[in-house]
Design a binder for this molecule. Structure first.
Ligand SMILES: CCCCC/C=C\C/C=C\C/C=C\C/C=C\CCCC(=O)SCCNC(=O)CCNC(=O)[C@H](O)C(C)(C)COP(=O)(O)OP(=O)(O)OC[C@H]1O[C@@H](n2cnc3c(N)ncnc32)[C@H](O)[C@@H]1OP(=O)(O)O
Length: 228
């Protein structure tokens, strides 16, 4: 990802060790993403499917030997930015995330990504809820990148044509700012360049974030914790 529009960062004690941890976690997520895709696509017979389960469970048990009790929440990254690593769209540690890698320059955000069998809704096409999640995330990056971390208050979608699975892109842009409210628009586009879904969103800086303004991170919708 590119840097955000401002550079408020949190101090990281040992960035090299943290980077190594992040890279290993992301590599594991990549491998599990392949497993997810294979699980959906496999045509092995019932006995072969049952035979695969113990090995998968063994890996799960090994990972749970040292795991958080619940969601990870906001954590500092090796680059000093706060991130939700479990985010289902951009989280580096989440195998369900495509993952999106969103570039932004303040008032515009864009991503190219690939979706396969695990995201299928209508046959051969992207599930509409996933399209909504992608657009929610891409629109949601912009408020943070201009220092106004905001939550989705409304998200209106127009599904213009089916979105084929495969390579896609999404873009979003700021239309208007009115105090703590931001109006954003965006589009999901297929590999042929056809717009398949268009979105309009109202994002509102929540009261809790208003108290923390001045310490946003500029990253994918996260904000820094309160000082002290
Ligand atoms: C558990 C705590 C979490 C705290 C997180 C804090 C900050 C995080 C910020 C960014 C990071 C978040 C996510 C990552 C980025 C992208 C991922 C995609 C985004 C999401 O996935 S995000 C999850 C889905 N999202 C929600 O889960 C929101 C649930 N909801 C609420 O949390 C409140 O509802 C909220 C915050 C929307 C407003 O509440 P509030 O109390 O802060 O603000 P308030 O009511 O004062 O409204 C101020 C002005 O906005 C107007 N306004 C409000 N809502 C409106 C609406 N729906 N339509 C038209 N106008 C609306 C009012 O009319 C007033 O307008 P005016 O000033 O002109 O009178």
């Amino acid at each position: 990802m590119t840097a955000g529009g401002f550079d408020a960062l949190v101090p990281v004690t040992d960035p090299d060790a943290l980077r190594e941890q992040e890279q290993a976690g992301a590599a594991l997520a990549d491998a599990v993403r392949e497993l997810l895709d294979a699980t959906v696509r496999t045509r092995l017979d019932p006995a072969q499917l049952h035979a695969a389960i113990p090995a998968v469970r063994e890996v799960t048990e090994s990972l749970l030997a040292d795991a958080a009790d619940g969601p990870r929440g906001l954590e500092p990254s090796s680059d000093g930015r706060m991130r939700v690593h479990g985010n289902p769209m951009v989280g580096a540690l989440n195998p369900f995330a495509p993952p999106l890698r969103i570039d932004w320059d303040g008032e515009r955000a864009a991503t190219r990504f690939t979706v396969g069998a695990a995201y299928e809704g209508p046959p051969g096409c992207l599930h509409g809820g996933i399209a909504a999640a992608v657009l929610d995330q891409v629109l949601g990056v912009i408020p943070s990148s201009i220092g106004l971390p905001a939550m989705t208050a409304t998200l209106d979608l127009r599904y213009r044509r089916p979105t084929p699975l495969g390579e896609l892109s999404a873009t979003a842009w700021l239309v208007e700012r009115d105090g703590w409210k931001l109006r954003l628009e965006g589009e999901l586009t297929d590999a042929e360049g056809e717009v398949t879904v268009s979105a309009t969103g109202l994002f509102v800086v929540p009261r809790v974030a208003r108290e923390h303004l001045g310490t946003p991170t500029g990253d994918a919708g996260e904000f820094a914790p309160p000082a002290g």
